[in-house]
Design a binder for this molecule. Structure first.
Ligand SMILES: [Zn+2]
Length: 141
């Protein structure tokens, strides 16, 4: 052990999301969370929007292959399993995109306050990259 508290001022931790890797400055986390405000908003929006995208398109925004649908369920289920295991709550049944995202939304504050928050945010943002679509074909007129 060494004493750092008296010499080094406590710095607010930086957001750990991969989205900031190529940015000159990584934002600080929002107090009480392990993510910055931007990432927290994106996580929340993704959880809200993802089910609608399934209803409308039958697949996630950026997916070009059918198997991506099951990938999304796998990713969502994996994080639900973390909540189930550590909070002792029942898992959503059946594990549909709608129920899984709703479940994660309920437990979002808990998930985003944990050390794995950045991993959670990155997983979700990978599923919902409408804003980053290269061909700009996010809207079908
Ligand atoms: Zn962030």
């Amino acid at each position: 052990m060494y004493h750092v508290a008296s010499k080094v001022p406590l710095e607010t931790p930086r957001c750990g999301s991969r989205r900031h890797l190529d940015k000159p400055r990584v934002p600080e986390v929002r107090p009480g969370y392990q993510l910055c405000t931007t990432c927290l908003d994106d996580v929340e929006n993704t959880l809200v929007d993802l089910p609608d995208w399934y209803v409308e398109h039958g697949r996630p925004p950026r997916a070009g292959l059918d198997e991506v649908v099951s990938d999304v369920v796998d990713v969502l289920s994996a994080w639900c399993a973390v909540v189930v295991a550590q909070r002792g709550v029942p898992a959503p049944e059946p594990p549909t995109v709608e129920l899984l995202t709703g479940f994660l939304a309920v437990h979002m504050q808990w998930l985003t306050a944990r050390p794995t928050a950045a991993e959670f945010a990155d997983d979700l943002m990978f599923l919902d990259q409408r804003d980053a679509t290269a061909d700009g074909s996010e809207e079908v007129a």
